[in-house]
Design a protein around this ligand. Structure first.
Ligand code: GLY
Length: 269
């Protein structure tokens, strides 16, 4: 989940892979999942890696009518204990949300819950946080009305929002960028202009990776200097290791096959 700081990562929600997973949307990194058993194995390794890093993980049941239901990141935006429930940007994904919303309401006593409505659209995967600055991708899934609702919530919480146009050959902002620590943005060459993230606070930087490691730019920073990365992206691994981080590489090939990245599969709450 890209909207929480490292010190806010104690509990995570994940969702099991449905029997219909072979029908998941796949138009960017992937050409469609082929091996559901392998996907389930890779997903269980992901859960284990989060738990090994000290995160308490709850797995929601799969919804077999919704092939993309494992990608929980898109269904809620959690900011400092408040929850924005977006209207997901792809119609086939809208009905994945109710059990996730119910779970969060039951677990986050006292949280302010805002529901997006009307023509506003947003996938949680379009949001990235670096300290108190938030970035939102204007994408095929997230529109200007959705961005304005997010801006309202963030201004109420005293946070800044910067908008980034996502090129047509990428799904979400988090498909091409992540924050492995609270002071680093990892992003690939060739997708965004060099000034896309604007001026960053002192001590923060964007580290640009080669374009052929785009998928590897999605990472999950964890407490204790650990970071989950996708297996097979050597520059990402070397760069983060040289920064003193302990990288934990996961084979995510059958999740990638449905355009899913590491952050897509969890919500920290
Ligand atoms: N397969 C993930 C998505 O397109 O939303």
């Amino acid at each position: 989940m890209a909207t929480v700081r490292l010190d806010q990562k104690a509990r995570a929600l994940v969702r099991a892979i449905p029997d219909s997973y072979h029908s998941a949307l796949a138009n960017f990194f992937g050409s469609g999942p082929k091996d559901i058993d392998l996907a389930r194995y890779q997903h269980s390794e992901y859960k284990t890696a989060l738990e090994a890093a000290g995160i308490e993980v709850v797995m929601l049941e799969a919804d077999h009518n919704h092939p993309d239901c494992l990608f929980v990141e898109d269904q809620a935006v959690i900011i400092d204990g408040h929850v924005l429930l977006p209207v997901p940007g792809h119609p086939s994904r809208v009905k994945e949300q109710p059990p996730i919303a119910d779970f969060l309401v039951s677990q986050m006593g006292g949280a302010q819950i805002c529901r997006m409505s009307g023509d506003a659209r947003m996938d949680g995967g379009d949001i990235l946080r670096l300290g108190d600055i938030f970035f939102v991708g204007r994408s095929t899934r997230t529109n200007d009305l959705g961005i304005e609702e997010l801006r309202d919530l963030l201004s109420h919480l005293g946070h800044e929002l910067r908008v980034i146009d996502i090129p047509k050959h990428a799904l979400h902002l988090t498909s091409i960028a992540s924050t492995p620590t609270d002071s680093i943005i990892l992003a690939p060459e060739g997708y965004l202009p060099k000034d896309a993230f604007g001026e960053l606070p002192e001590g923060c930087e964007v580290i640009w990776m080669p374009e052929d490691e785009t998928y590897g730019c999605n990472t999950i920073g964890l407490p204790g200097g650990k970071v989950l990365i996708a297996k097979g992206y050597p520059t990402v691994n070397k760069t983060l290791s040289e920064l003193g981080l302990e990288t934990i590489a996961l084979d995510f090939s059958e999740i990638r096959a449905a355009d899913g990245s590491l952050t897509c599969c969890s919500l920290f709450y």
